[in-house]
Design a protein around this ligand. Structure first.
Ligand code: GDP
Ligand code: MG
Length: 319
């Protein structure tokens, strides 16, 4: 992937103190379900760590994907699926989203250019104004491949009207890849100058744990029926690099009812085995080691209504 590195002063190109030229920061990725946020993150990060699913709202936890290129580091925060606050978890997720927007150095608002702005897009745009973040807003106008060329301009205009505060916008296709480099360049240009937050090629431990939990959760959702998704949470219990070639991971999968536990375990444990082996494939890609994975299914009644439990399960706010 080619990235244009802002070079304020070429005389300093070989300066020992490269860190002073570095750009790094947090980018909050926002947008209604199904616009292609995860596909875009996967395309940029080149590694399957965000979640792609035909089912909306599978991305719930704040999760980090870190893009490092020379002296540039972009830390993507995948904001949770924003939906109407109904039960406690819903309200909580809106709070998490607002917090992510306020903490962000850049906001990446992903939209579906092949459609006109929907009511849900308008709600996300309203949430964005509500956050009053002050961070520059970059519009990723996705699914360009699904639009005939003569329709592009008017659709772009419709989205610019939806988000008049946007500083940049780029039509692109996350699946085909065109426009993605341009988007990344615009995002990087908006990042503040500053040292890299994390060592190159190394995700923070917390990030790895969050991502591992999210991968397991994804496999649960992809393998189970509709009543399971909103009732499942994954808690990483242990994440240990046993050696350069082996990582040990154990996790609890929490559901609300015994019947759900039964579904997840399956006949003779078949379902859990399937979930576990699919998760292991992705975890091995992520860690670049062999993974020994242990999963436990547990019933925690009403976890979605319990603030303390929500925090324990990673639905946390920093304040
Ligand atoms: P998210 O809910 O915003 O994270 O969306 P996903 O990344 O899970 O994508 C939702 C659906 O849109 C998936 O079926 C993707 O394959 C599809 N999709 C994402 N980006 C593009 C794109 O650029 N073009 C087309 N045609 N489909 C896309
Ligand atoms: Mg997603």
């Amino acid at each position: 992937m080619s990235v244009i590195i802002p070079q304020e002063d070429s005389a300093q190109e070989h300066d020992q103190d490269q860190k002073t030229l570095a750009h790094s920061g947090y980018v909050a990725v926002i947008g209604r379900p199904n616009v292609g946020k995860s596909t875009l993150m996967n395309r940029i990060l080149g590694e399957k760590i965000a979640i792609v699913s035909p089912k909306p709202q599978t991305t719930r936890l704040r999760q980090l994907g870190i893009y490092t290129q020379d002296n540039i580091q972009v830390i993507f925060v995948d904001t949770p699926g924003i939906h109407q606050p109904g039960h406690k978890l819903g309200e909580f997720m809106v709070e998490v989203a607002l917090e992510a927007l306020r903490d962000a150095d850049v906001i990446l608002f992903v939209l579906d250019l092949s459609q006109r702005p929907t009511a849900e897009d308008k709600r996300v745009a309203a949430l964005l104004s509500q956050a009053q973040s002050g961070a520059p807003i970059v519009l990723a106008l996705n699914k360009l491949d699904r639009l005939s060329p003569d329709k592009v301009l008017s659709s772009v205009e419709a989205y610019r009207a939806l988000v008049p505060d946007a500083t940049d916008w780029t039509p692109l296709s996350a699946t085909l890849g065109n426009g993605v480099d341009d988007l990344l360049k615009r995002v990087i240009e908006r990042l503040p100058a500053g040292p890299l937050f994390f060592p190159e090629d190394q995700l923070s431990d917390t990030a790895m744990r969050d991502i591992a939990a999210e991968i397991i959760r994804e496999k649960v959702l992809l393998n189970t029926e509709q009543e399971i998704p909103h009732a499942v949470a994954v808690e990483l219990e242990e994440y240990k690099e046993r050696s350069d070639t082996l990582t040990y991971i154990s996790a609890n999968i929490y559901v609300e009812r015994d019947s759900q536990k039964g579904i997840l375990i399956g006949k003779n444990g078949a379902m859990l085995k399937k979930i576990s082996s699919e998760a292991r494939v992705d975890l091995e890609k992520l860690t670049d080691t062999q993974v020994y994975l242990e999963l436990w299914v547990k019933v925690l009644k009403n976890w979605r209504q319990d603030d303390a439990l929500l925090r324990r399960l990673g639905y946390r706010l920093s304040k």
